[in-house]
Design a protein around this ligand. Sequence first.
Ligand code: NAD
Length: 359
Amino acid sequence: MAHRITLIPGDGIGPEVAEAARRVVEATGARVEWDVQEAGAPAMEREGTPLPDRVLRSVEASRTALKGPITTPVGAGFRSVNVALRQELDLFAAVRPALSLPGVASRHPEVDLVVIRENTEDLYAGIEFERGSVELERLRRELRALAGFEVRADAGVTVKPISVSGTRRIVRFAFDFARRNGRRSITLGHKANIMRFSDGVFLETGVDEAGSYPDVNLEECQVDALALRLVTEPESLDVLLLPNLYGDIVSDLCAGLVGGLGLTPGANLGWEYAVFEPVHGSAPDIAGKGLANPVAMILSAAMMLAHVGESEATRAIREAVKTVLADGRVRTPDLGGTASTSEMAEAIAGAARSFLVQS
Ligand code: NAD
């Protein structure tokens, strides 16, 4: 039977890289039946909302989605579709591998990291109070009465909740992930010296849970020191476990370590659903021009195929990406070449077909 997968092309460069990934998946012969669901800017235009209910219903039915990036207009009054999807489907774990690839210039040639980011809490929980609002005025009064905290009258406020239960599940997920993937060490990033009651919970819960996993090492590292280690000695790091905001920032940093956002895939996982998407955003600066590197989306599709048990197709795609990058003749502009998104996709699809014929 075919795997039914929801395909959310997204907006900006999303439709271009989604089409590229679809072409490569089809080249592997994997049995996939796509349920294409528009979200983001095109849905906003036609249906007045960037995340129509039908998108969530489709993922609930298929349980698995491949998603392109979706623009979050700054200050437009809409909650980010990406954050909303993760929260609605309780996709609490983001998994973002950053692996050095052949033929891609980078400062550090042997990076093999995985960022595991808590996806539902922290400053991204959406608990916000607008500057000058009645609600914020009440909150200011409460804070003053509770503990004498004085929030400036012209401030806006975002609340940072980090719970033991929310942290425990991501910590266990990270340890199980490390075990399943033969990884030996987890570095937990935090700033518990400053944010004692939010990052403090993240750190304490991580250390508590580590006792049940004696075969995997847990080290803790303040996130600013971690940033330094990442740019000076990334080879010394293995799995990074981070709360939501730091995880978001560090994911892009790790993408930069291995050649840029055009190359790094990702997965958002919960107990029931899985949504695979690249780390990059909708890149409005290059959208619609055929300039986007489709590799991040293609590798996200490979993670999706691994998730549904298509191991041969997964291997074919990963090998094909390496072959095309190592060969170097077909490259998109971000990698110093002149190939278009679809030329790159076609080269990878061809390499995947050859791999499957030979294996
Ligand atoms: P971005 O990742 O879209 O782009 C950052 C830079 O990287 C740009 O110069 C862009 O051209 C380049 N880039 C990104 N992907 C590329 C690719 N595949 N090939 C070649 N170059 C690529 O980040 P941004 O500009 O900060 O965000 C744009 C929009 O995307 C914002 O609205 C943001 O909220 C949204 N966003 C969405 C997601 C998501 O859907 N999961 C993730 C991040 C950002």
